[in-house]
Design a protein around this ligand. Structure first.
Ligand code: FMN
Length: 207
């Protein structure tokens, strides 16, 4: 069966550059089944830090919204791409998702011990999207995503080009569709997907 790669778009703007980039970078890889989820289309409420009720069952959140649906998709994917644009730092709904999953990880570990995290070892590719693609923007988001991936014990894909810990996608502009004119961005993005696939296959991608 084909391996499944899930793209999670962190933007609050539906069908923006982060989505278009993911759509373009995942196209025409015949060996993979792909799915893209846009945070913009989901209801993700902030974490309520409900110490008593959090993760009473491993990785189960009591807040009633789309979080659990998204978490189920993360669990069943063979590899994940997190694409997060640079606004003023991280888009708030995507940050709420990171907050929720981090809380569940922490309290699951406290209450139920090791061995309950279904994301351990899951290959993932970190992508940030900004108009400039510059280091100021890239590192704020990529380091944030990297810390999240490390906490959840996922395996991130390293690249052979700057900024190495993930992809910094330059859109060259703010309008939706700007990224599609950036041929170098798309080329690098597709190379990054190839490395993710190799990592899923347990091949020679840089570990
Ligand atoms: C409120 C806001 C602030 C932004 N700040 C920056 C910035 O400081 N540097 C930069 O390079 N791009 C900045 N951008 C550009 C976005 O990163 C770019 O438009 C990207 O396409 C947004 O992703 P999206 O289209 O998926 O929503 C900003 C965009 C918005 C809407």
């Amino acid at each position: 069966m084909d391996m499944k790669v899930l793209g999670v778009v962190g933007s609050n703007r539906k069908n923006g550059n982060s989505y278009l980039l993911l759509e373009g970078m995942l196209r025409n890889f015949s060996s993979i089944e792909t799915k893209i989820i846009q945070i913009a289309e989901l209801e993700i409420k902030p974490c309520e830090v409900c110490f008593e009720r959090c993760a009473a069952n491993p990785f189960e959140c009591v807040i009633n919204d789309d979080f659990q649906k998204l978490f189920t998709e993360l669990k069943t994917a063979d590899g994940i791409i997190f694409a997060c644009p640079f606004y003023f730092y991280v888009p708030s709904k995507f940050q709420a998702f990171l907050e929720r999953i981090s809380g569940l990880d922490y309290f699951t570990l406290e209450r139920h011990g090791e061995g309950n995290n279904p994301l351990v070892g899951k290959p993932c590719l970190l992508v940030t999207v900004s108009a400039s693609g510059s280091s100021f923007n890239a590192f704020q988001i990529l380091h944030h995503l990297q810390e999240f991936a490390l906490m959840l014990q996922m395996k991130t894909v390293n690249l052979r080009f700057w900024p190495f810990i993930g992809l910094s996608a330059k859109t060259g502009g703010i309008e939706s569709g700007a990224v599609l004119k950036e041929t170098e961005t798309l080329k690098q993005a597709r190379e990054a997907v190839s490395l993710l696939i190799k990592k899923i296959e347990g091949g020679s991608a840089r570990l």
